[in-house]
Design a protein around this ligand. Structure first.
Ligand code: 2AL
Length: 243
């Protein structure tokens, strides 16, 4: 099967890291296509970044539908454009935040999230509420460093490890979800240092998509996830008009 893993920001080094994490867990028969849009923000750190990243994400989904892609992962912890992407796709589309949170509830009764900025901490809180995870989420923590600091040096990685250690000590959590696609390379090492499940959303989302596709479960086309209604779009978005 073909799974397209979309890094919604335009930073190629992060896409590469996300692709490596996806390939590491993919089953032998699974082809991973890791990509990022060519237009859009270099990192996604707020609602404005998210909104403008969605155009590039939807373009990748639209292309994927002509390339025989079976399922998709949106590899940003804000899960930008998730429901719009599901409208366009036949197969399943999973966001890494929802995948990480659901996985956490399978292996612990409570989890904490460690993300980048205090601003994305608030966005993660919105998602916790949207996904009905309030009961399970013990705390959302931020290292207060920008997303691209994860690409720059090892300082951000050290800070994430420290924050995870504090979470384990103080939050009463049994698992930790890493709250950024750029943390995809860190889960295994932090998990072995802490002795609890530390979840990378990219890895679990790939495995969930594999499972759904192999069970023949596609996105429901009855109701709000039906294909978009055909109509003209005006101006610079005219090429995005649903057919
Ligand atoms: C993210 C993410 O996962 N990728 C990105 O560019 N911004 N969100 C986050 N919470 O750090």
């Amino acid at each position: 099967m073909k799974i397209k893993v979309i890094n919604p920001n335009t930073t190629a080094s992060m896409t590469e890291k996300i692709g490596i994490a996806a390939c590491r867990v993919a089953s032998p028969g699974t082809e991973i296509i890791a990509c990022n849009p060519t237009t859009g923000p270099v990192s996604i750190e707020g609602h404005y970044d998210e909104a403008l990243s969605v155009v590039g994400i939807l373009e990748e989904i639209r292309k994927g539908e002509t390339e025989g892609v079976d399922g998709y992962v949106i590899a940003c912890f804000g899960d930008p454009g998730l429901l719009a992407a599901r409208e366009l796709a036949k197969g399943p589309v999973l966001g890494i935040a929802e995948a990480a949170m659901h996985a956490a509830t399978f292996v612990a009764t409570g989890f904490s999230i460690v993300t980048t900025l205090s601003r994305t901490q608030i966005i993660a809180q919105h998602l916790v509420e949207r996904y009905g995870m309030t009961h399970f989420c013990r705390k959302i923590r931020a290292i207060n460093l920008p997303v691209l600091s994860l690409e720059a040096d090892s300082f951000a990685k050290t800070m994430i490890l420290k924050e995870c250690q504090i979470a384990l000590k103080e939050d009463g959590c049994g698992a930790i979800a890493l709250g950024c696609g750029g943390m995809a390379d860190l889960a295994t090492e932090i998990s072995s240092q802490l002795g609890i499940p530390v979840i990378d959303g990219v890895s679990v989302a790939v495995k969930f998509v594999e499972m759904l596709v192999s069970l023949g479960l596609t996105t429901s086309k009855v109701g709000d996830l039906a294909y978009p209604i055909a109509k003209p779009y005006m101006g610079m978005l005219s090429a995005f008009a649903p057919q």
